[in-house]
Design a binder for this molecule. Structure first.
Ligand SMILES: Nc1ncnc2c1ncn2[C@@H]1O[C@H](COP(=O)(O)OP(=O)(O)OP(=O)(O)O)[C@@H](O)[C@H]1O
Ligand SMILES: [Mg+2]
Length: 261
């Protein structure tokens, strides 16, 4: 069975894409077959994998575009290797923003991504959906498709703001399109020398307790550098703290799903 995780937070810059790439690499290192799906028209994940979505013949945009559903070559050609064995990517490009607007006019659009990914379900142990910083049609579609939404939360004063809105959406999705959806929070960009950071982390852990990953991702400049190289941080700087923390996250994710199987 394929485990599908959506990585979502409508707040920008909280490490969604970084987490997608690094967790994907962590799972691939453990021998899992992983497909990352770039669902953001900014295509940052695609770039971090060393690809330019705007020059690729096929991307996720073509698969989501109604007119392309009968294009088997798009399905065959849209998956690329992402810097290491076992780690693949379905890239995005800037046209995805236009397709998102047209989704609302299609009935039951929330199920479209699941139907598309179904075709590859036998080929992967994990699918990681990198969502855009919004709660629009694409995010609703991702939450409908996933077993769990992983919410990266930056440890800063305003972190909790907006979290309620996201959790309301999760509740709505549970009610209407995906009763099995669970959520788990991941503390990111944690700076242990910063008092506010420490306080926010403690508050999150108290409030969300078991709905939080034990792993905390610290601030590490290597994570800023690795996207430029087209390599996951686990390859670019394998011995750094960030790499170790994402390996730990991969172990936690695996445990969480193996225990529930
Ligand atoms: N632990 C970290 N330490 C240092 N820098 C980090 C860390 N995690 C992410 N970054 C950097 O922070 C910036 C934002 O990260 P990222 O692009 O992953 O966030 P995002 O939530 O996907 O953003 P967006 O909402 O725009 O999609 C990037 O420059 C990234 O390299
Ligand atoms: Mg991103």
């Amino acid at each position: 069975m394929t485990t599908i995780l959506a990585i979502s937070n409508q707040k920008g810059g909280v490490a969604k894409t970084t987490t997608c790439m690094s967790l994907g690499a962590g799972l691939a290192e453990r021998g899992k077959r992983v497909l990352m799906v770039d669902l953001d028209s900014q295509a940052n994940l695609t770039m971090a994998a060393g690809l330019d979505g705007d020059t690729l013949p096929w991307t996720v945009t073509d698969l989501l575009d109604a007119s392309a559903l009968e294009l088997p070559e798009a399905e065959r050609g849209a998956i690329y290797r992402a810097g290491m064995d076992g780690l693949d990517i379905l890239p995005a490009d800037v046209r995805l923003a236009g397709v998102e607007r047209s989704l609302y006019d299609r009935g039951r659009y929330e199920f479209l991504l699941g139907e598309i990914l179904q075709k590859w379900s036998g080929a992967y142990d994990y699918m990681l959906l990198d969502c855009p910083p919004s709660l629009g049609a694409i995010t609703l579609m991702a939450l409908t498709t996933a077993q769990m939404v992983l919410v990266p939360v930056q440890c800063e004063f305003y972190a909790a703001r907006g979290l309620n809105r996201l959790l309301d959406i999760v509740a709505e999705v549970q009610q209407h399109t995906n009763p099995h959806l669970r959520y788990h929070l991941l503390a990111t960009l944690y700076d242990r020398r910063n008092n506010i950071c420490r306080t926010v982390l403690e508050q999150l852990q108290t409030h969300f307790s078991t709905a939080m990953f034990d792993t905390v991702i610290g601030v590490d400049t290597r994570l800023r550098e690795s996207p430029v190289t087209g390599e996951p941080v686990l390859l670019y700087a394998p011995r750094t703290r960030a790499a170790e923390q994402y390996r730990q996250l991969a172990t936690e994710v695996e445990k969480l799903f193996e225990e529930n199987r």
